[in-house]
Design a protein around this ligand. Structure first.
Ligand SMILES: Nc1nc2c(ncn2[C@@H]2O[C@H](COP(=O)(O)OP(=O)(O)O)[C@@H](O)[C@H]2O)c(=O)[nH]1
Ligand SMILES: [Mg+2]
Length: 325
């Protein structure tokens, strides 16, 4: 089916922010494969102009509810926004996914808002790489702001959150999330901390814990992470969060850190892609390359150690890609 796609036309339609084309493009990215690679390579040059906001936190802390009220703030400024919600594959969160869709539906008639969830499929190269490509589709379509909502539990979700220019960590009182965050060293990744469900008991205590934990985190830049209370159901705190987002964006551009941060992200992304591609080629070579098979049997016979064999395999694999000559 995908062979029939006119990638050039699709790329052009994405650039004009044609919503159906954008939805199609992201589905292609999800599927992976050659059409996805062709599309991303056509559109890469159009990316890089949006401000990327990562919103992460445990399931149920109110990320989607917060995104919903943030969309309202962003639209009030006349800016356009795209949201990419990374659905966890866990069957336990099926209900939450449905809830997200229903809640955000009121925005779907607004031309300045695009909302899309993406399955957390275990693709080669991992979810993070597909997400980076999907985000670039949204950037190419010209959205001023792109929000990436992820469940901050695993390493790949963390990687996605780190792909943002500004990362918001959402916590709620009484969940022990604050302690978890402090213990796991996750404090360092937040530019803005939102204590959501501030209407529930214990919000002040949670805030105090986060504030004091932040004092222990070494400063690597002049930005001091902000801790903001919110009740996203009522919309309280949304304005302060929006203002802080603007302040952080301004800080990044005035200090020149935006460039540095994005470069570091590309380095991490490239490292991930190179590792994934090397692994793919190794797996292919196991069944096609007599040289690799010979090395493997030498290892099995203990004539060659695994480290030396790996070095040898790597140098023999680094040639033109067998499929893309
Ligand atoms: N009391 C209270 N409930 C909230 C607040 N924000 C979200 N919720 C509720 O928490 C539940 C989970 O919210 P959701 O946005 O789906 O969380 P997510 O899994 O982090 O995206 C929903 O029932 C929301 O209505 C809040 O500020 N206060
Ligand atoms: Mg959600």
């Amino acid at each position: 089916l995908n062979q029939d796609i006119d990638i050039d036309q699709l790329a052009k339609d994405v650039v004009t922010a044609d919503r159906r084309a954008l939805a199609r493009a992201i589905s292609l990215i999800e599927e992976g494969g050659k059409p996805a690679r062709q599309l991303t390579s056509r559109l890469f040059v159009h990316s890089g102009k949006s401000h990327l906001i990562g919103i992460t936190g445990s399931p149920g802390v109110g990320k989607s509810t917060l995104v919903d009220v943030l969309i309202g703030q962003i639209r009030k400024q006349g800016l356009s926004v795209a949201v990419l919600a990374i659905d966890p594959s866990s069957p336990f969160s099926g209900g939450a996914i449905l809830g997200d869709r229903i809640r955000m539906q009121e925005h779907t008639l607004d031309e300045g808002v695009f909302i899309r969830s993406m399955a957390n499929k275990g693709q080669s190269g991992g979810i993070a790489i597909a997400t980076y490509d999907a985000v670039r589709m949204l950037e190419a379509a010209g959205y001023d702001i792109v929000i990436i909502e992820t469940v901050g539990v695993g390493q790949s979700e963390l990687a996605i959150a780190l792909a943002a220019d500004t990362t918001i960590l959402v916590l709620m009182p009484g969940s022990g999330d604050d302690i978890q965050a402090i213990k796991s060293g996750i404090m360092e990744i937040g530019d803005i901390f939102v204590i959501n469900k501030a209407d529930l008991p214990g919000a002040n205590k949670t805030k105090a814990e986060i504030v004091s934990a932040l004092e222990m985190v070494p400063h690597t830049t002049d930005w001091r992470p902000k801790v903001i209370m919110a009740n996203s159901v009522a919309g309280d705190g949304a304005q302060e969060i929006w203002q802080t987002l603007c302040a952080h964006k301004e800080f990044l551009s005035n200090s020149g850190l935006i460039k540095e941060r994005r470069q570091a992200k590309f380095q991490a992304e490239l490292s991930e892609i190179v590792a994934a591609k090397a692994k793919d080629r190794f797996i292919k070579a196991m069944s096609t390359s007599p040289h690799v098979q010979k090395l493997l049997s030498q290892v099995a016979e203990r004539k060659l150690d695994t480290n030396s064999a790996a070095e040898e395999i790597l140098s023999s694999l680094i040639g033109p890609h067998p499929d893309e000559k």
